[in-house]
Design a protein around this ligand. Structure first.
Ligand code: PBG
Length: 337
């Protein structure tokens, strides 16, 4: 076989010029991750003496009241500007209504108070505002019967509970509450409750477009979820993009300070659509399943862990996310520094 003859092309544009050297690539880079745009997600569990590894999320732990403080310190040292806290109660503290969520001595509220007391305003303390970790049935709100005798999650009773929970979180010292239960009207009701109680300065990160996703699988281990069944009657169908945009519009009208799309990787088009119109900052959540898939492939030597983590986060940023919630925040911030 003869090698095809090389004919010089006469091109007006050769995009490769922008890629010739490391300095040129640095000059022309469009998207940059920064530690301060990453939000470290942390779990704190009641009644344990040692941090418990989460099997489906290698490298992540359910923390004790003490070790969670160490994690917050590490995040601050790395330049991360926000942590997002989830509480894991003892089984005996779960009930039908999820009342440990708004008890001032509930695990999440105690952890918020301890972190606020130790770190003050050095880092933004965001708390998850949802009942699923606290209910005995694992749903994001209390159950009721519809007129035909079917068991359903009661939207309006859930919103009332979220208001009580948000208030308890604000009283404990949260700077941001983050309703993640996908109940209609939750943002407006929480805003009114916080304002009424004098917490005008506590912000709301709305989980606006949240999909009924298999990517949440490992999280259910992480919080010891009691869920039977699924969340399809309140979380969105994965195929629905317009509806995600509608949800973000509603939350902005209701007073959300930030809107979020979740999961991130399989929903980057939704992130982009929301980012294109949103007058408030947009967040995306790289969820447990995204983390678990990267870790599993990396552990097998099938992908380069550090490169794929950075690429996954860069893609989320490029899609339009101003902030990214991720289990990698502190680690990645360390790499970036
Ligand atoms: C529920 C909640 C979930 C996650 C955050 N908040 C799970 C669910 O909706 O079932 C998932 C986070 C993750 O997968 O990393 N309020």
């Amino acid at each position: 076989m003869t090698t095809p003859e090389r004919t010089p092309l006469h091109l007006t544009r050769r995009p490769r010029r922008a890629r010739t050297t490391a300095a040129m690539r640095s000059l022309t880079a469009e998207t940059e991750l920064r530690p301060r745009n990453l939000i470290q997600v942390l779990f704190v569990r009641d009644g344990i003496q040692e941090p418990q590894p989460i099997a489906s999320m290698p490298g992540q732990f359910q923390h004790t009241m003490t070790t969670v403080l160490d994690e917050v310190q590490k995040a601050i040292d790395a330049g991360v500007a926000c942590i997002d806290l989830f509480g894991v109660p003892r089984d005996e503290d779960k009930d039908e209504s999820g009342s440990a969520a708004w008890a001032s001595d509930g695990v999440l509220n105690r952890a918020i108070a301890a972190i606020r007391e130790k770190f003050g305003d050095q880092i933004v303390i965001m708390a998850d505002t949802c009942l699923d970790e606290f209910t005995s049935h694992g749903h994001c709100g209390p159950l009721t019967e519809d007129p035909f005798g079917n068991t359903v999650v009661d939207n309006d009773a859930s919103v009332a509970a979220y208001c009580a929970m948000a208030l308890a979180q604000a009283q404990a010292g949260a700077h941001v509450v983050s309703p993640s239960g996908m109940m209609d009207g939750q943002v407006a009701a929480i805003r009114a409750t916080l304002d009424e109680a004098g917490f005008q300065d506590v912000a709301i990160m709305a989980y606006s477009a949240k999909y009924a996703s298999a990517f949440f699988g490992p999280f259910r281990d992480a919080v010891g979820s009691s869920l039977q069944g699924d969340r399809k009657s309140y979380q969105q169908d994965p195929g629905n993009g317009r509806e995600g945009v509608l949800e973000a519009h509603l939350d902005i009208e209701e007073g959300a300070d930030f809107v979020m799309v979740k999961p991130a990787m399989a929903y980057l088009d939704v992130v982009r659509q929301v980012a294109d119109f949103s007058p408030v900052l947009v967040a995306a959540y790289q969820v447990s399943g995204e983390y678990a898939m990267i870790e599993a492939a990396a552990a097998n030597g099938w992908v380069d862990r550090e490169r794929i983590v950075l690429e996954s986060l860069t893609g989320i940023k490029r899609a339009g996310a101003d902030m990214i919630l991720t289990y990698y925040a502190t680690e990645v911030a360390g790499w970036l520094n």
